[in-house]
Every structure is written in structure tokens, then in C-alpha cells.
Design a protein around this ligand. Structure first.
Ligand code: SF4
Length: 581
């Protein structure tokens, strides 16, 4: 916490007040380096014992009510006369007079103060930099002690205030920050700027003016980019940086075989089914999707919970039944804001307007791009309905515009089918029907929406939001209302577009369906091919119209869910729904 508050106050708040944590290459690397010392905690010898022989101890927990500090010290060594705490860090030792950057020195200083408070003679601390394999001595002088106490007090103050500090502006620190995809520093700045809102720049940047100290060693501002990742500073009107990773390297595991059993084998999930078996590595699994009667062992579930990997349950026919998740997000602040907003009709309608208007505009775009023999009337009508939706004063009014737009859009859907798909009469669609879908194309659309709502629920949960509490879709027992809300803007671009691709490329054919009086259902081989088409679409790169960078639809869902959270907490004025041109 001391380290983080001196590095970036927002980072401290996200990690410690909101419980956000995301791994990146540096945090994983850091964990590997700490393996040597992250062991069952060892005890320090009695400081007053007569026997003063040398000792070493690993993972030592110490706390002091008087100091108001608790710390886990990586390594402590005693030479018979005094003790020295050693902090393990990744990277190379920086070429600095003080031996390390302020956040790391202050962290070590707190450890020295704790050892002293417990009666151990302790003059200095050391930092072991693993990449350069060097131990650097850190002097604990009065200015460093002052800064350490200041950091403790500041962290308490920020946590008690309950207001997330502003992101750093154009800071190279953000480039290596593991929470950049949660924080969205440049996106938040841009969205506030677009709305003409002033930006609160009062966050601490580590400068002596802000810290309120007269540093005798003239240390100056906290060094930026301690990992040396940032390159040249950005020009003042530089394009927005893509700090969000473009792709998620992890992929979902779909289990469709009936009677399959999923068990744990080391860090792998083993899937055993009658016809075939396979496995998936846990670190490369984003989530697990089970269709129908598949069994999963409690050991496998426990391993998934530990890694916050959710399991989604679908009926055999593709109906989304629910999900299981470990503790999930710890960001209770955000949940409170989500509930407050749902209780406020003005906020609810404002959000609902955004979802519906974006959906209608994206339906229009899909038609404009793909439909043949489409007169200008429908496109004009859709634009007019989107505009009316933007000014609707109630959800029922909004649903009226949405319904009219849907009738026009689905009425023209078959005009987007090409070649053999168009000639196959079963794909001619006379409007949308469901529960159960009566024709193959509606079955395909329903299946596609179920996949997308699952991914929206996943993105919302990761962002700390409750997928069940929505604004356009009102809460109903078991209904993923917020996931349905978030899905609106992406239905045409992801789900409908996947259906069109699957049909126009012949990946799904008429023979893949069974149609009875009870409705239409896709057979297993067609479902397998359609899931592959959907996953390909999710991995497709798209340019974000506001931010200008390219990301996959899969990642986009997570960015949109985070932005919805930022809008709910009032950090940005409105939720910017995704609209393609
Ligand atoms: S991305 Fe930048 S502003 Fe956001 S928490 Fe990290 S360092 Fe702070």
C-alpha cells in the first residue's frame, strides 16, 4: 500500500479500497521471483535472547498498532549484532544515488521501523534486484521516515474519503501498470474532456510540493517509469495510447458432449467423454461452458474458483441457465452505485436510451453494409427511431421505438443472406420469434444471443458489476438483466454478424437443423461449427471509434463494462455505447 500510494494514488485506491487486481507480465514475474521467499512464515528469534547467533527468516509478518503498519518482510537476516530486512524486486537495480525509487525505499523503511518497534536493532534495509542479481543498501534517514509516515497517512485518508483519485495524465507509469485495463486512464480523461468537464488533477504525483516536504536530498518528483518501459514522452496532443491489451490470450472451454466429466489433473482440466477426451490448461482458460448433462468435480470447481474462472451452464438446446464463480470482484463500492442508479428512474432511462439508440444505429450499419436491394427508406427510418430513442422519457416509450426498429431490421434480414444461404427457403425469416424459435434462422439467432449474453455477464462480473441488475431490462428472477442491456449495442455487430457469416459461408446449413411442431433446434455438428464461427468473431479486431485503437470484440466487451462502471460512479458523465461507422 505504501509503495502503491507513492507510485500512483489511483493504483492504491483500485487495489486496496476496491479490491481490484489483474495480473500482467510484471506481476507474474514478481511472483516467480518471490517464490524463493514466499514460504510458510518463519519466526524471528527473541530480540532479548542471550544467544545472538546469526539467523535468517523468510516471509515474516510484523505489525505495530503504534506505527499503524503491518508488513510481510520477504527475508530477514541477523548477524548477531543487528538485523536487516531484504525486499525482493524484479528488474535491475536503478542507477540512483539513493539506490532505489521512493516507493520501494518507503516500503523497506516501513519494514525497518517495524523491526525496530519489535526491539530489533536495525540500521538499514536492502533490496535484492533479481535481473541484475544485486543487493542494494538503502539508508533509513529522517526524510525517508517522514515520507513513509506521510504515505501511510495519505493511504488512510484516500481510503476513508471513498473517492477514486484521478488517473495520471499522460504518465509513462501507466504503460507498465497492471491495472491499466481496469483504470482506463486515457479513456477516462478523453471522455471527460469530450464533455467539457474539468479534470481533477489533484492526484499526488510524488512531487515535493504535493507531498509537503522539504526534501534535503533534493530528490525531486517521484521517478516515472521505474521499469524503463515507456520510451519517449508522449507529445501533448498525442493519439490516445492503447494501454488495454488488444487480445485476451485465454480462450473458453466448451463441453458439449453429453455425459462428459470434467476433472482436475495438475493445472489442467481433463474432459472425459464417451467418444473422445481432451484437456485444457487452466492458465489459458478464460471460462468454461457446459451444455446439458456434463459433470464437473468439486476439485475442478475449486481450482476454477481459485483463479476466478467462471463456469457457465446451458441447457442442451443452448438456453443460458446460470453460472458459478468464486468470490468474484471485491469492488463493493461499484455495486452500491449500480444499485443506487437502478433505484433512480432518471439514471435508468438515461442508460436505457443509450443502449437502445446504439443498438438501432448498429442494426442500421449492418444493413447498410450487407443488404442488397435495400431502399433508403428503412435506413432513414432506423436513424429517425434512434434519434427518437435518444430523447425517450420512459422505458415503455423506448421499447416502442426498439420494437419498431426490430420489425424493420428483421424484416430485411434475409436481404443480407447471399448465395446458397439465400436460396435455402428455411432461412427466409418473417420476423423474429423465440421461446422456442420456430424456424432455423431464429434458432440460430437465439443460440448466438445466448453465447453473447454469457460473454457480457462474464465482462460485467470481471468489472465488478452485478449482471442481474439492469436498467433497460428490469430485474426478474434469474434474468441477467444488465448482461442483456450491455448486449444490445453488440447484438447486430457480434451475434447477428456471426449468424450471417455462418450462413453465407456455408458453415451452417439447412441440414444442421431439426424442425418440429415444438420448434426448430440446431443439431450437434452444426452447433460445434457455429460456436467456432462465434469465437472467431469475438477474436476479430475492430477500431474503437472514440479511442482510435484496435481491439478484439472480446476485449471490447470488457472495456465497455468498465466504462459502464465509470459512468455509474460518476467519473465519466455518460456511458459511451459502442457504435461502428
Ligand atoms: S494506469 Fe496509470 S493512472 Fe491508472 S492506476 Fe495505473 S499508474 Fe495509476
Amino acid at each position: 500500500m505504501i509503495n502503491e500510494v507513492l507510485y500512483c494514488e489511483r493504483l492504491m485506491y483500485l487495489e486496496w479500497a476496491q479490491g481490484e487486481f489483474v495480473d500482467n507480465v510484471y506481476t507474474v514475474d514478481g511472483r516467480v521471483i518471490h517464490r524463493r521467499v514466499d514460504q510458510k512464515g518463519s519466526a524471528l528469534p527473541d530480540p532479548d535472547a542471550d544467544d545472538a547467533s546469526p539467523f535468517e527468516a523468510k516471509s515474516v509478518w510484523l505489525s505495530s498498532e503504534k506505527l499503524g503498519i503491518t508488513a510481510k518482510i520477504d527475508y530477514v537476516e541477523g548477524d548477531g549484532g543487528s538485523v536487516t530486512p531484504v525486499e525482493y524486486k524484479r528488474g535491475r537495480a536503478p542507477n540512483l544515488k539513493q539506490g532505489a525509487y521512493l516507493p520501494e525505499r518507503a516500503q523497506l523503511c516501513a519494514q525497518v521501523l517495524l523491526l525496530r518497534a519489535h526491539g530489533y536493532p536495525c540500521e538499514h534495509g536492502e533490496i535484492y534486484f533479481s535481473a541484475s542479481r544485486t543487493r542494494v543498501r538503502i539508508e533509513i534517514d529522517p526524510p525517508l521516515i517522514d515520507k513513509t509516515f506521510w504515505a501511510v497517512a495519505r493511504a488512510r485518508e484516500l481510503a476513508a474519503a471513498g473517492v477514486i483519485p484521478a488517473p495520471l495524465r499522460d504518465s509513462p507509469k501507466c504503460v507498465g501498470c497492471s491495472l491499466s485495463s481496469v483504470c482506463l486512464p486515457d479513456e477516462v480523461q478523453l471522455l471527460r474532456g469530450l464533455d467539457g468537464l474539468p479534470f481533477d488533477d489533484s492526484g499526488c504525483d510524488g512531487s515535493e510540493e504535493q507531498l509537503g516536504f522539504d526534501f534535503p536530498d533534493r530528490e525531486g518528483p517521484l521517478e516515472a517509469d521505474p521499469w524503463g518501459l515507456a520510451g519517449e514522452p508522449e507529445p501533448s496532443r498525442a493519439p490516445l495510447r492503447r494501454l488495454v491489451p488488444p487480445k485476451d490470450e485465454r480462450i473458453p472451454l466448451y463441453v458439449r458432449a453429453q455425459g462428459a466429466r470434467i476433472s482436475l489433473d495438475g493445472d489442467r482440466l481433463r474432459v472425459s467423454a464417451a467418444m473422445h477426451s481432451g484437456d485444457a490448461r487452466l492458465p489459458q482458460t478464460s471460462h468454461v461452458v457446459l451444455y446439458g448433462n456434463a459433470q464437473i468435480t468439486s476439485q475442478a470447481l475449486a481450482a476454477l474458483f481459485d483463479r476466478d474462472i467462471p463456469v457457465f451452464f446451458f441447457s442442451m438446446g443452448g438456453w443460458f441457465r446460470g453460472r458459478t464463480l468464486g468470490h468474484g470482484s471485491k469492488n463493493i463500492e461499484l455495486r452500491i452505485q449500480q444499485h443506487r442508479a437502478a433505484d433512480d428512474p432518471v439514471t435508468s432511462v438515461r442508460l436505457a436510451r443509450t443502449f437502445v439508440a446504439a443498438k438501432i444505429r448498429n442494426q442500421r450499419t449492418i444493413l447498410r453494409r450487407n443488404a442488397t436491394h435495400l431502399g433508403p427508406t428503412l435506413l432513414g427510418e432506423l436513424e429517425s427511431l434512434a434519434k427518437k430513442g435518444e430523447h425517450a422519457v420512459s422505458v415503455p416509450e423506448l421499447l416502442g421505438y426498439e420494437g419498431t426498429a426490430a420489425r424493420g431490421y428483421f424484416g430485411a434480414f434475409s436481404k443480407m443472406l447471399k448465395g446458397s444461404a439465400k436460396e435455402v427457403g428455411v432461412f427466409d425469416m418473417n420476423g423474429r420469434n423465440r421461446r422456442p424459435p420456430r424456424d432455423p434462422i431464429n434458432a440460430l439467432l437465439s443460440f448466438s444471443y445466448a453465447l453473447l449474453v454469457k460473454d457480457c455477464a462474464l465482462a460485467l462480473s470481471s468489472a465488478g458489476l452485478d449482471p442481474l441488475l439492469g436498467y433497460l431490462h428490469r430485474p426478474r428472477y434469474g434474468r441477467p438483466a444488465l448482461a442483456l442491456d450491455l448486449m444490445e449495442e453488440l447484438r447486430p455487430l457480434v451475434a447477428d454478424s456471426t449468424v450471417l457469416t455462418a450462413l453465407n459461408n456455408g458453415e451452417v446449413r439447412a441440414s444442421d437443423f431439426g424442425v418440429t411442431v415444438a420448434g426448430a433446434a440446431m443439431k450437434a455438428p452444426g452447433r460445434k461449427r457455429f460456436i467456432a464461427t462465434y469465437e472467431r468473431r469475438m477474436d476479430q479486431l475492430v477500431t474503437h471509434p472514440l479511442f482510435g485503437y484496435r481491439i478484439t470484440y472480446r476485449r471490447l466487451l470488457h472495456v465497455q463494462a468498465r466504462l459502464l462502471g465509470r459512468a455509474l460512479t460518476g467519473e465519466i458523465p455518460d456511458y459511451p455505447a459502442f457504435r461502428t461507422r
